[in-house]
Design a protein around this ligand. Sequence first.
Ligand SMILES: C[S@@+](CC[C@H](N)C(=O)[O-])C[C@H]1O[C@@H](n2cnc3c(N)ncnc32)[C@H](O)[C@@H]1O
Length: 248
Amino acid sequence: MSEAATGRVILVGGGPGDPDLLTIGGLKALRRADVVLYDHLAPLACLDEVRPGTVLIDVGKIPRGPQTTQEDINALLVEHARAGATVVRFKGGDAFVFGRGSEEWQACATAGVPVEVIPGVSSAIAGPELAGIPLTHRGLSQSFTVVSGHVGPDHPGSLVDWTALATSGGTIVILMGVANLAEICAGLIARGLPEDTPAAIVARAAMPGSQVITGTAGTLPALAAEAGVEPPALTVIGAVAGLGLLGH
Ligand SMILES: C[S@@+](CC[C@H](N)C(=O)[O-])C[C@H]1O[C@@H](n2cnc3c(N)ncnc32)[C@H](O)[C@@H]1O
């Protein structure tokens, strides 16, 4: 396309839910935006910060619910930026952690639209932390791995090396894994993870109604089902999940 872009797109990670966890850079971007395209997991209370007249567009993707397709989101970003707008793409957590921010960047770059990114506090780190679970702790864990549980260990579409994960001795953080929790825990145990490894599921971290359930890799799926845990939730598996800084 030869059309010159006059506006730009700013990919803003909004943090896990509590407006206090939006960065100052993210807040400044919202305050100067002409258009904001937002997801449901972004801290929506922060939208009160935009200037009067800012166009707010809900492109929330509700799992298994109504969706704006990624192609439509990309097209909206490009269209508004080309019309001269400063467009904020406002997301939950960090835009590049299972957030498709990099795809949006690519779509804008292909269209000649300037892009910048403002990193956000990812739920992958903040969620466990707010539940009193450090991802590393001297003597317990020297690494952590964040994986998608969107498809489980036995799914042909999974790109995760679940055997390496099961035997790594580090902390495992699973996002988007509520529906497949039983399959994931069983799959890890089958691949060498000790069944009594401490595990916790943290739902709605940094949001009203947050919930923390603790158990082991063997018991957590049943405990989570019993407690009626629903997304957004993440699972932490590893010795650090048994540290109990908050007394869970
Ligand atoms: C599509 S991913 C987006 C992750 C996001 N970009 C981030 O960095 O936090 C959505 C998943 O993140 C996790 N998640 C996001 N916000 C959460 C929260 N406040 N509490 C617990 N889990 C959360 C859940 O596993 C959810 O299914």
